[in-house]
Ligand binder design. Structure first.
Ligand SMILES: Cc1cc2nc3c(=O)[nH]c(=O)nc-3n(C[C@H](O)[C@H](O)[C@H](O)COP(=O)(O)OP(=O)(O)OC[C@H]3O[C@@H](n4cnc5c(N)ncnc54)[C@H](O)[C@@H]3O)c2cc1C
Length: 398
């Protein structure tokens, strides 16, 4: 059988597009080398801009029913003062969520299956098949060694940062920046946390938020050049960073670390051309950025909607596939670039004097503070907040 789409990677990008395409009646094969439920290397905060997609797809209520705590507040402790706010609502959603990936990804695979997609777990794709320059399918094998070749009108790589599909088709890379940070995180029990709490200190940022099972995720981000040193003794460096906020460190000492540290220095930033003859990319496979602001999951959802629209408009004869996919790339870049540039700037962990001055001036100004956090949450564009007349108004009022 020839599928309409074979999707490699069944986490937040792959399962999302599988469910959207299957709901439109397309024959979808969804492959992953992992089995579900399973965890992956990722912290997992989703801002309202990501939850909007889950709401639209009818998945948000099911996710909330898993007991994932709603996070309505956010604070930033700069070491000299603390800014705090409630989350700026977007389409009626006034909270963020941090679902464990083994919950979120499994839920999305289940929704894709319910919609009619065929999921094959523990299946590792090894290469694409071709007819001339056109990709026509994939070949791979199960963990028990059974080989298979499958054919499709479109092969979609949702296979993450080190995408095999992107490598196989030699997808060109652009807007590239080197890795700027490294990050480690772990989970604690016995801590009280009902908001996203950020601490910025010279050359490090740490973050905490509540997740499933009463646990709190705490992460520390350092400049990338410190990765070898941090990795050599993660716990020591992690606790040294937290000690820069003594009250927070004292709270953490009251709790119990429940899992080992997870982390990476592989925080490279790039876009890839996300389509070619017979293939397309989405999620981290096509666009990867530093995890500092936590937008990878929402961006994967956004890609899933954009790419579904492009594929559907071509498969229903409204426009040639090449043209539809070119539109997908343009739309992705237009919508993703502002947050990408902000992420790269903040990932240097060196705040510009303008941002520092604005943060100072936000004290005692709750409306503007909420808008400032909304920029980090991706709800309003940085260009709107940092427009000269808006900044002038904030500085004048301070
Ligand atoms: C430390 C860290 C913290 C982060 N924190 C956040 C955060 O708080 N909020 C947020 O929104 N984002 C965060 N991110 C980013 C987020 O994890 C990613 O953007 C997101 O996982 C991308 O989803 P994806 O589906 O594109 O890829 P992935 O989640 O990487 O999934 C790819 C899937 O493809 C499968 N696969 C790969 N190769 C093959 C193959 N050859 N054959 C079969 N299957 C294959 C893998 O098994 C995997 O299941 C963080 C990332 C990191 C590393």
């Amino acid at each position: 059988m020839v599928y309409d789409a074979i999707i490699i990677g069944a986490r937040c990008a792959g399962s999302s597009i599988a469910l959207l395409l299957a709901r439109k009646g397309y024959r979808v094969l969804l492959l992953d080398k992992a089995r579900f439920p399973s965890d992956t290397l990722s912290s997992h905060f989703i801002h309202p801009r990501g939850l909007v997609y889950l709401q639209r797809w009818g998945v948000l209520d099911t996710l909330l029913a898993t007991g994932c705590p709603q996070v309505h507040g956010i604070s930033l402790d700069t070491g000299r003062f603390t800014l705090s706010s409630t989350v700026l609502p977007l389409e009626g959603i006034n909270f963020g969520l941090a679902p464990r990936r083994y919950v979120l990804d499994t839920l999305l695979t289940q929704k894709a299956i319910e919609a009619g997609a065929e999921l094959r777990e523990a299946f590792r794709v090894q290469d694409v098949t071709r007819n001339g320059t056109r990709v026509t399918g994939i070949k791979g094998h199960t963990t028990t060694g059974t080989s298979a070749v499958e054919k499709a009108s479109l092969v979609i790589g949702a296979d993450g940062l080190h995408s095999l599909i992107a490598r196989a088709v030699e997808a060109p890379t652009y807007y590239r920046y080197p890795a700027l940070t490294c990050i480690y995180y772990a989970y604690w029990s016995g801590l009280k946390a009902d908001e996203t709490s950020l601490h910025s200190r010279p050359q490090c940022v740490f973050l905490s938020f509540p997740t499933h099972e009463g646990l709190v995720l705490i992460s520390v981000t350092w400049p990338r050049h410190r990765f070898p040193e941090v990795r050599s003794d993660i716990k020591k460096h992690f606790l040294e960073a937290l000690a820069l906020a003594p009250a927070f460190a004292a709270c953490v000492r009251q709790g119990k670390q429940e899992q080992r540290f997870m982390g990476t220095g592989d925080t490279t930033n790039f876009f890839k051309k996300p389509y070619g003859p017979g293939w397309a990319l989405l999620g981290d496979a096509g666009y990867h950025k530093d995890p500092l602001l936590g937008h990878g999951i929402a961006d994967a959802f956004a890609d899933a909607e954009r790419l579904t629209q492009a594929i559907d408009s071509s498969f229903t004869g409204q426009q040639p596939l090449e043209e539809a996919l070119a539109g997908y790339e343009q739309q992705r870049n237009r919508e993703a670039l502002p947050l990408y540039e902000l992420t790269v700037q903040l990932a240097t962990l060196n705040l510009t004097s303008e941002i520092q001055q604005v943060q100072e001036a936000l004290q005692g100004n709750p409306e503007a503070t909420q808008l400032f956090f909304a920029v980090l949450e991706g709800t309003i564009p940085a260009a709107t907040f940092f427009a000269p007349e808006h900044i002038r108004a904030i500085l004048t009022r301070a």
